[in-house]
Design a protein around this ligand. Structure first.
Ligand SMILES: *Cc1c(COP(=O)(O)O)cnc(C)c1O
Length: 377
């Protein structure tokens, strides 16, 4: 079976360095924040090209604290997409604000900048694009709309570490949020996250919020949280960060091999896969996803689906009042999306095997219509 994701292969290549760093941390007696986390914050800010990085305990916490630092709270609205992992929207709800969900562009599958303006109300505070699959959203257009309405921009860059178009993911908006969940392009040995920003005041606010709202020890100026990063995660991430660019390059090689090798008639997330794409996920869009998925499993190819039910149709968010048909492109995509094996250590032989298995299935099924054609766009 070709795995959808293997973390053990990557670990084998860095085991000595990681184990030394973790052992040193264990022996140091300092287990929360501390030097390994501070060093990682410095390195990660430099990598992203921002003045500040604040490490937290998950990507979800990063999003929540970024929004709180931006001043979002009850009565406010945050515009984002439903074509994302649940955490994007859940983080908005945690602040007390209302998520306003807009549709995605049928080619990029990211936030459609043209849909922002009509979603803006006097309550709108923030626009929160997601770099789905690692592909940079159209930040230039999104920033233009947001700035013209005086709105802040918070990037959900949880899938896009290192993606670059001039700037790197996370460095375009007022604040950028990352997850270091183990399966992400840069993963900890457990949970982790970070907020990056150029604004010293926003960075200070996120730092204060992650540590119980303290401005000094036991002086709690504002309501805060225990969202600090563990020292061990800082140590592991510090070892892994220098590898990120070559891991992303390997992901791009896999994605471009898929793009070139798969039958041209098969609908898929569009390439080419250049520097603006961190290739966290490679998705194909067969018409009958579930049958296709079963067929690939039979052929020895493990797959996943990111994400089969869009956020606006999740029972937990029924109260927002969306229904089937509210976001047609997002819904069509969710019905079809199927993620092929994608990780830096996937071998050329395995990549070729995946291509062969998909090609054999395409020859048996009608997998051809694109989302674009479906909507006659
Ligand atoms: C993974 C992910 C998150 C949440 O990150 P956690 O570290 O799991 O809390 C948020 N948004 C997106 C788009 C993600 O992929």
């Amino acid at each position: 079976m070709i795995p959808f994701l293997s973390l053990t292969r990557q670990y084998a290549g860095i085991a000595n360095d990681v184990e030394q760093a973790v052992l040193a941390t264990l022996r140091s007696g300092h287990y929360v924040l501390g030097e390994p986390v501070e060093n990682f914050e410095t390195d990660f800010a430099a990598y992203c090209g921002t003045d500040h990085a604040v490490a937290v305990n998950s990507g979800t916490s990063a999003l929540q604290l970024a929004l709180l630092a931006a001043g979002v709270g009850p009565g406010d609205e945050v515009i984002t997409v439903a074509n994302t992992f649940i955490a994007t929207v859940a983080a908005i709800v945690e602040t007390g604000a209302r998520p306003v969900l807009i549709d995605v562009d049928p080619v990029t599958l990211n936030m459609d900048p043209a849909a922002i303006a009509q979603a803006i109300t006097p309550r709108t505070k923030v626009v929160m694009p997601v770099h789905l699959h690692g592909r940079l959203a159209d930040m230039e257009a999104i920033l233009t709309v947001a700035r013209s309405h005086g709105l802040m921009v918070v990037e959900d860059a949880a899938q896009a570490h290192g993606a670059r178009r001039g700037k790197r993911a996370g460095a375009f908006g007022d604040l950028g949020c990352f997850s270091f969940y183990p399966g992400k392009n840069l993963g900890a040995a457990g949970e982790g996250g970070a907020v990056v920003t150029d604004d010293p005041e926003l960075a200070r606010k996120v730092r204060q919020l992650r540590d119980w709202g303290q401005s000094e020890r036991y002086l709690h100026q504002i309501k805060g949280y225990n969202f600090r990063m563990d020292a061990i995660q800082g140590a592991v991430l510090g070892i892994k960060l220098p590898h990120l660019d070559h891991w992303n390059a390997s992901r791009r090689r896999v994605a471009n091999a898929y793009d070139k090798g798969l039958p041209p008639s098969l609908a898929r997330a569009t390439g080419p896969f250049g520097e603006d794409h961190a290739c966290h996920v490679y998705a194909i869009l067969p018409e009958d996803r579930d049958a296709f998925r079963a067929g690939l499993a039979e052929a020895g190819v493990a797959t996943n689906s990111h994400y089969p039910r869009p956020v606006h149709l999740q029972p937990a968010f029924a109260y927002l009042g969306y229904s089937p048909g509210s976001l047609p492109v997002t819904e069509a995509y969710a019905q079809r999306t199927l993620s092929l094996p994608m990780f830096p250590e996937l071998t050329p032989e395995e990549t070729a095997q995946v291509i062969d298995a998909v090609t054999a299935l395409v020859e048996k099924t009608d997998a051809t219509r694109t989302i674009k054609e479906e909507f006659a766009i």
